[in-house]
Write a protein that binds this ligand. Structure first.
Ligand SMILES: C[S@@+](CC[C@H](N)C(=O)[O-])C[C@H]1O[C@@H](n2cnc3c(N)ncnc32)[C@H](O)[C@@H]1O
Length: 409
C-alpha cells in the first residue's frame, strides 16, 4: 500500500506527498504503541509525552480526573509499550505538573531506570498575577519535564543555549588588537574605548553628554557589535583544570603583565594573564533575527518560553492543554536531528507533529479524542500546505511540503 508505513494499522486517508511516512493515529495509544512495535522497534529518537495531568477537571475534549492509582494504571503500560520503540541513543520527555510529579518520577524510574534519568526541568508557564489563592501555600506556576535516556551512556545531547537577558557586566575590558600576537595585546576599560569611539574624551564626559543610562546602553550595544574586542578576566578554578593549565597559571602569576597561551587539542586555547583566564565575549554572542545577542547554556529552569499568546498557535483552540511550539521545538532540538523519528502518544491539538514537521523530523502522533479529526488533522494539513504562519514557522523557514497518513489501530 503506497504511503502506508505499517501494515499493522488501518490506513484511513492521506494528505500531501504520497511518499510521506508520517503517521497520525486516531485511537487509544496503548493499542497503537503495541502495534507500532512491528515496524518501529528501536527506531524512535525522541518521544515527547504530555499526558492528562490528573487536574481533577473535565475539559471539553477529555475528562481529567482519576484516582491516583487509576492514573498510575493508565500510564504504566503505556510507558512500557513506548520503551521498546525508543532508539538506544534516544530519549523520552514527559511533561507533568505538581499533582503527578512524584508518582510519574517513580514510574519513569521503574520503566526507564533511575540510572537513565537525565534531568527534571522546571517549565515556568505563568506569572503569579491573576491567580486565585486556591491552594494553601505558594502559587504553582510551573510544569515539569522529566527527561530520561533509553541508555544514559549512549544518549547524545545536542547542547542548547538561551538568550541572556541584559549584558554580562563582567565583560568590562577592551582588547585593542585581538589579531596581534597575544604577547602584544593591550587592554583598557571597555567604557573608555566606547567613549572614545563616540567622540568623548572619557567615560565621565560621555556620561555627562548622553546621560548615564544612555551611555551604558551604548557601551553594551558597541560591545555586542565588536565582541572580538571584549573580554573578561575570570579566576581559573585550580581544581577544574589539568596539570599543564595549572603550570601556566603559576607562571602567569609570576609575570602578571604577560599573556600566556596554552594550545589544547580539540578545545579553545587556555589564555591566562595575571593568573586569570581571559574569556572572549565573542564566544557567547550569536546572531538571532539579525541582531547580536548574548547566549548562555540552557539550564534545567526554562522561564523563557511564553505560554501566553499561544491561544491561536496552529490555528486551533485547545484551551489550557495546548503547549507552545517553542517548548516542543527546544525538546526536539536537544534530542533529535533532521530525518529522525519523533513520537507523541498524547498528541492533543497536534503541536508535536506540527513542530517535528517544520523541523524536518519524521513523526508519529497518536490521539484518541475526536479533536484528532477536528483540530490536529486540519492543523497538519495547513502545515504541509504552507498555510500555517504561526509558532516556529518563521524561525525554521519552513514553507510547506511533505505529507502524512491518517490510520487507526
Ligand atoms: C494535555 S493533552 C496534550 C496536549 C498537546 N501537547 C497539545 O499541545 O495540544 C493530552 C491529550 O491526551 C489525549 N489522551 C488521553 N488519553 C489517551 C489515550 N489513552 N490514547 C490517546 N490519547 C489520549 C487527550 O485526549 C488529550 O488530547
Amino acid at each position: 500500500m503506497a504511503g502506508a508505513p505499517i501494515e499493522a494499522l488501518t490506513r484511513v486517508r492521506a494528505h500531501g506527498d504520497p511518499r510521506a511516512e508520517n503517521l497520525l493515529v486516531h485511537g487509544d495509544n496503548l493499542a497503537a504503541l503495541r502495534l507500532l512495535r512491528a515496524r518501529f522497534a528501536g527506531a524512535i529518537r525522541c518521544a515527547y509525552l504530555d499526558p492528562p495531568f490528573n487536574t481533577g477537571r473535565t475539559f471539553a475534549e477529555y475528562a481529567d480526573a482519576r484516582a491516583p492509582e487509576e492514573w498510575d494504571a493508565m500510564m504504566r503500560p503505556r510507558l512500557e509499550a513506548l520503551r521498546p520503540l525508543i532508539a538506544d541513543d534516544g530519549a523520552v520527555f514527559v511533561e507533568i505538573d505538581d499533582t503527578q510529579l512524584a508518582p510519574l518520577t517513580l514510574l519513569m524510574d521503574a520503566v526507564f531506570g533511575a540510572q537513565n534519568r537525565i534531568s527534571t526541568i522546571t517549565v515556568v508557564r505563568s506569572a503569579p498575577t491573576g491567580h486565585k489563592a486556591i491552594n494553601a501555600g505558594p502559587v504553582h506556576v510551573s510544569d515539569f519535564l522529566l527527561v530520561y535516556a533509553k541508555d544514559r551512556k549512549r544518549w547524545r545531547y545536542h547542547p542548547q543555549v538561551r538568550v541572556r537577558e541584559g549584558f554580562d557586566r563582567a565583560y568590562s575590558t577592551w582588547l585593542e588588537d585581538p589579531d596581534a600576537k597575544p604577547s602584544r595585546w593591550r587592554f583598557r576599560p571597555l567604557s573608555a574605548a566606547v567613549a572614545e569611539a563616540l567622540g568623548h574624551a572619557s567615560p565621565r564626559e560621555a556620561t555627562r553628554a548622553l546621560g548615564r543610562e544612555a551611555f551604558i546602553a551604548r557601551v553594551h550595544a558597541h560591545a555586542l557589535r565588536e565582541a572580538r574586542h571584549v573580554v573578561r578576566f575570570a579566576q581559573a578554578r585550580y581544581e577544574a583544570i589539568g596539570q599543564a593549565a595549572r603550570r601556566v597559571v603559576d607562571r602567569s602569576r609570576e609575570a602578571p603583565d604577560r599573556v600566556f597561551v596554552l594550545e589544547r587539542e580539540g578545545r579553545p586555547p587556555f589564555i591566562v594573564r595575571g593568573g586569570n583566564r581571559i574569556l572572549f565575549l565573542a564566544d557567547k554572542v550569536r546572531e538571532i533575527d539579525g541582531a547580536p545577542v548574548i547566549v548562555e547554556p540552557l539550564t534545567n529552569v526554562w522561564d523563557d518560553v511564553p505560554f501566553q499568546g499561544i491561544a491561536r498557535e496552529g490555528g486551533v483552540v485547545f484551551s489550557r492543554n495546548k503547549k507552545p511550539e517553542r517548548l516542543v521545538a527546544r525538546v526536539l532540538a536537544m534530542a533529535s536531528e533532521p530525518g529522525d523519528w519523533v513520537i507523541d502518544p498524547f498528541l492533543g491539538s497536534g503541536t508535536t507533529a506540527a513542530v517535528a514537521h517544520k523541523m524536518g523530523r519524521r513523526w508519529i502522533g497518536i490521539e484518541s479524542g475526536e479533536h484528532l479529526v477536528t483540530l490536529a488533522e486540519p492543523r497538519l494539513r495547513r502545515v504541509i500546505d504552507g498555510a500555517d504562519p504561526t509558532g516556529i514557522t518563521a524561525t525554521t523557514g519552513f514553507s510547506g511540503g511533505g505529507g502524512f497518513v491518517v490510520a487507526t489501530p
